[in-house]
Design a protein around this ligand. Structure first.
Ligand code: ZN
Length: 147
């Protein structure tokens, strides 16, 4: 006789989710420490799989909402408003200093009415303009001895 089959006294079980009466082999088993024997899971294999996916999705959604809520509340705290403001200034300063491509693209959009999407497709143009700025900055530095 099959060992697994012999572990259970029942041969059929009704799944509480799909309400189908199914063969016990259609249920996963787990080892019950309390009873010191294998027991069939409450949901059938099919429902278990669906239930697991649903719960994991739900967990993700709930925690995503919590995280967004927390981030919003965090940003609105008075001590963080000033900190954020400083961070934005510092980030802009760094982007300007390093001539980050997003900074250069922003300038080109403002100055020449380029579309950001066009610039993303033509990184050469962004590089040329970045080099032009670099050159201007270098000339200025030589002329006035400062950035
Ligand atoms: Zn089921």
């Amino acid at each position: 006789m099959d060992i697994i089959k012999s572990e259970f006294t029942i041969t059929e079980k009704r799944c509480p989710l799909c309400r189908n009466l199914k063969n016990i082999e259609e249920f996963d088993k787990y080892f019950s420490k309390k009873r010191q024997k294998y027991r069939p899971q409450s949901y059938c294999k099919l429902c278990s799989k669906e239930e697991k996916a649903r719960r994991s999705k739900e967990y993700y959604q709930t925690h995503k909402k919590e995280r967004i809520k927390y981030a919003k509340e965090y940003a609105l705290r008075p001590e963080n408003i000033e900190k954020n403001h400083q961070q934005r200034i510092e980030s802009k300063r760094r982007r300007r200093e390093n001539l980050s491509s997003s900074y250069v693209r922003d300038l080109m959009v403002q100055k020449f009415k380029f579309k950001n999407s066009d610039l993303l497709e033509n990184p050469d143009l962004v590089l040329i303009y970045a080099n032009k700025i670099k050159l201007k900055r270098t000339i200025k530095k030589i002329k006035y001895g400062k950035k």
